[in-house]
Write a protein that binds this ligand. Structure first.
Ligand code: 6PG
Length: 259
């Protein structure tokens, strides 16, 4: 099992810049080692600034976009141009400014009427990209970005929902009664196979859920982010405001860059 560390940054901008640094490192290492960089993106609002930084000319020249494959860890049940679409946010902040080779941006099809079929087809697409069989254990993404909600959910693994119990599939459609909707989401089985998982968490409203997630004891049913324990490394990149929630008896190594 890989390293577990909490990096405390001064503010949300510093969180995004640390995330950019991690992206650059993992992209370079993955392409050197395996000839490709496969990254699973998170949704919500926190990653937007990271995507904007990735789209800046100064960054783009350093990165191996020709060997980069983009996937999403979850998606809402909306069309790709809907204001709530995670894909749309990424397209506006990043994809409109870079041109990864066709076939290397694989979005979750939240617009489909049959979300179970959409989840199954996405698993097939991921298996094809990695060159593995889709009925085998999941492949290891080089880097997985995750956010955390104020209810301690991650991806679209929400408290008290069925997807928390999925032990076989890599992606599922998940009924989320508290939102009155269904979502497409990666499962713990897929997420925990990753070589590296990075949570990006910022804001004082994340301190309380973070406290529940990092506490020495707790359960994944009410705090799903606790279920993220990857084979590889786990890095929490959080701002000072969210860091107020770190329990005094937290066992993770803490690296404070907040000054
Ligand atoms: C989504 C995300 C979700 C998100 C958290 C945090 O589709 O909403 O994948 O898991 O990461 O809700 O969202 P914020 O970054 O907006 O706080």
């Amino acid at each position: 099992m890989g390293d577990r560390v909490i990096s405390i940054m001064a503010d949300a901008e510093s969180v995004a810049r640390e995330a950019l640094s991690l992206w650059c490192r993992h992209a370079t290492e993955s392409v050197a080692a395996r000839g490709a960089f496969r990254v699973l993106l998170s949704g919500g609002s926190t990653p937007r600034r990271l995507f904007q930084l990735l789209a800046e000319d100064s960054t783009m020249e350093q990165l191996p976009w020709e060997s980069t494959h983009l996937f999403w860890g979850d998606e809402r049940a909306v069309p790709s141009d809907h204001q709530d679409s995670n894909y749309r946010m990424t397209r506006e902040a990043l994809l409109n400014n870079i041109s990864p080779p066709p076939g290397q941006v694989q979005r979750l099809e939240g617009e489909r009427a049959n979300l179970d079929a959409a989840a199954h087809d996405y698993q097939s697409a991921v298996a094809h990209s990695f060159g593995v069989a889709e009925d085998m254990p999941p492949p290891a993404f080089d880097l997985v970005f995750l956010g955390m909600g104020t209810d301690a959910h991650t991806a679209s693994l929400f408290p008290n929902t069925q997807a928390l119990n999925e032990t076989d599939k890599w992606f599922v459609a998940n009924e989320v009664p508290q939102l009155g909707t269904r979502r497409l989401t990666a499962t713990y089985r897929l997420l925990n196979a990753a070589r590296a998982v990075v949570f990006l968490v910022a804001g004082s409203d994340k301190a309380a859920p973070l406290s529940r997630v990092l506490a020495p004891t707790g359960d994944i049913v009410t705090a799903p982010s606790r279920g993220i324990s990857p084979f590889g490394s786990l890095t929490w990149v959080i701002d000072r405001a969210a860091a107020a929630g770190i329990p005094t008896d937290c066992s993770l190594r803490i690296s404070n860059h907040a000054g």
